[in-house]
Design a protein around this ligand. Structure first.
Ligand SMILES: [Zn+2]
Length: 282
């Protein structure tokens, strides 16, 4: 039998999850604009969403995340040019990421913390997709993400319940993670240059690592880079062994870093405490 307080908790949790999906899909719609316009050096606020072919402004109903694309049958309402499936896919993916936050953390953390986490994942998704598209990680995004990470660390004393670390403690923790992130990626870049005799990593990767370190702190940035390198090596090996893939085509490292960072946001502390537990350190 379910007791009334449990029913209330369940309703609260389900409401939060539904809100997260809707909010995520709307944020995903904005990320589509960011992913398309930031690398091109265009404003993300003006002009409003329009068809890239005929430049006609989209009707409000076409802007409804995911559903809008199905309503127009994947074609522009005016010039009938195909509209990429990537747009609804990114909106759905953002909705899914926000749902993961609501389902995993739920009401165990404060709403402002959930919002910070949602912003962090949005930055990572945009950066990963821009890196796949253009092989660059725009400074505008890595630097704003770094500053937002600093604001997040400084806010923790106010928004994290039962927090016993001082404001300075959180800020030093974040800055330490950022510095470690840059150092490690720079060492990997230099090692790549020496051993592979070519540029194995882009200049934006250390900046992304700095941003991740600021958000996650020094222990989790180590784990993030470890996970990113492991998955990156695995994907690189699969690409090398598969037929029909251009072996000279460089693989961007940013998406792996972003994936590692997202995994550590959810599971980093559990993985670290399990690992330290093996050595009797917790
Ligand atoms: Zn059009």
């Amino acid at each position: 039998m379910i007791h009334p307080p449990n029913v209330l908790l369940l309703i609260e949790s389900l409401t939060l999850q539904c809100l997260a999906i809707v909010l995520g899909a709307c944020v995903g719609s904005f990320l589509n604009v960011v992913i398309y316009r930031v690398p091109a050096g265009l404003s993300i606020l003006y002009p409003p969403s329009r068809c890239p072919h005929c430049l006609r402004q989209l009707a409000p109903r076409d802007n409804i995340p995911v559903i809008g694309w199905f309503l127009i049958g994947g074609k522009c309402r005016y010039c009938h040019s195909p509209v990429s499936w990537r747009y609804p896919a990114i909106e759905a993916a953002t909705g899914f990421l926000f749902w993961c936050l609501a389902a995993y953390f739920g009401t165990s953390i404060s709403i402002p913390m959930l919002c910070f986490y949602a912003a962090f994942l949005s930055w990572l998704l945009a950066l990963a997709l821009i890196d796949i598209d253009t092989m660059t990680l725009p400074n505008a995004l890595t630097q704003s993400g770094l500053v937002l990470g600093l604001i997040y660390q400084a806010s923790l004393v106010f928004i994290k319940s039962g927090d016993r670390t001082s404001l300075a403690g959180h800020v030093i923790f974040g800055i330490g993670g950022a510095v470690l992130g840059i150092w490690l990626l720079d060492i990997m870049r230099i090692a790549g240059r020496v051993f592979l005799q070519k540029e194995a990593m882009g200049g934006g990767d250390p900046k992304l690592a700095a941003m991740l370190g600021m958000w996650l702190g020094w222990q989790n940035i180590l784990l993030t880079i470890l996970i990113a390198s492991a998955i990156g090596t695995l994907v690189g090996a699969i690409a090398l062994l598969s037929k029909g893939i251009d072996k000279q085509q460089p693989i961007p490292f940013g998406p792996f870093l972003a994936l590692g960072g997202a995994i550590c946001l959810f599971l980093g502390n559990s993985i670290l405490s399990t690992y330290l537990g093996w050595f009797g350190l917790t």
